[in-house]
Design a protein around this ligand. Structure first.
Ligand code: AP5
Ligand code: MG
Length: 206
């Protein structure tokens, strides 16, 4: 199974991807997590990407396309994979089509006025990428791996506004793109986390 998760910042792509990847035993590939790990490890790629992430802009297509192309060749992708945060432009979607066929693009639909509260209360695990929300989880340590949680630099209000604009301009057109290919499946992401997971599973199993 080869899946894409689409949705604006804070829609719950990472939260749902973790559950769905585990359920279907496929690799969870988050381009955002990969870039943040490059930044933390002070690699050349991380140094080049940091300014884009800090401004809420997209990293250039060529950089991301090469990164994903390499990643999906790895052994853990042989059963399939779930791309969380890629593609994000039509150029990326066409490049992806050039190197693999995807089965479904799951679009997690959440009204914009819900997103800021979700993003500003988010706390992330630097090691396993798990996301928490301060309204439901107050501990400072990751429940899964014990690392100390942190707040993402790009979760500040000014940056979030730009991320939402970039999403509308560059990524939202992918909804129509995958619909025209008969691969789009939209779920209501404005429900509790378990309900959204159930809706995705029901759709995929059908
Ligand atoms: P990325 O890391 O992909 O960020 P994003 O798309 O902005 O999405 P988020 O990770 O913010 O949100 P999410 O949908 O994963 O929500 P989450 O599950 O955490 O990208 C970051 C940057 O990297 C980009 O700006 C860009 O610079 C660069 N980049 C990445 N990919 C790229 C690409 N392909 N091309 C170019 N550049 C790229 O949930 C959010 C919060 O809500 C959490 O606190 C969670 O607990 C809570 N929550 C989740 N679901 C629910 C629910 N149902 N109800 C209530 N709360 C919920
Ligand atoms: Mg995410």
């Amino acid at each position: 199974m080869k899946l894409i998760f689409l949705g604006p910042p804070g829609a719950g792509k990472g939260t749902q991807a973790e559950r769905i990847a585990e359920r279907y035993r496929i690799a969870h590939i988050s381009t955002g997590d990969m870039l943040r790990s490059e930044i933390r490890n002070a690699t050349e790629l991380g140094a080049a990407a940091k300014a884009y992430l800090d401004r809420g802009e997209l990293v250039p297509d060529s950089v991301i396309i090469d990164m994903v192309k390499d990643r999906i060749r790895r052994e853990d992708c042989k059963n399939g994979f779930l791309l969380d945060g890629f593609p994000r432009t039509v150029v990326q979607a066409e490049a992806l089509q050039g190197f693999t066929d995807i089965d479904f693009a799951v679009n997690i639909d959440v009204p914009f006025d819900r997103l800021v509260a979700r993003i500003s209360g988010r706390r992330m695990c630097p090691d396993c990428g798990a996301a928490y929300h301060v309204s439901t989880y107050q501990a400072s340590i990751c429940q899964k791996c014990g690392a100390t949680l942190y707040q993402r630099d790009d979760d500040k209000e000014e940056t979030v506004a730009n991320r939402l604009n970039v999403y509308t301009e560059k990524t939202a057109p992918l909804i129509a793109y995958y619909e025209s290919k008969g691969k789009l499946f939209t779920v209501n992401g404005d429900a509790d986390i378990d309900t959204v997971t159930e809706e995705i599973v029901k759709g995929l199993d059908a």
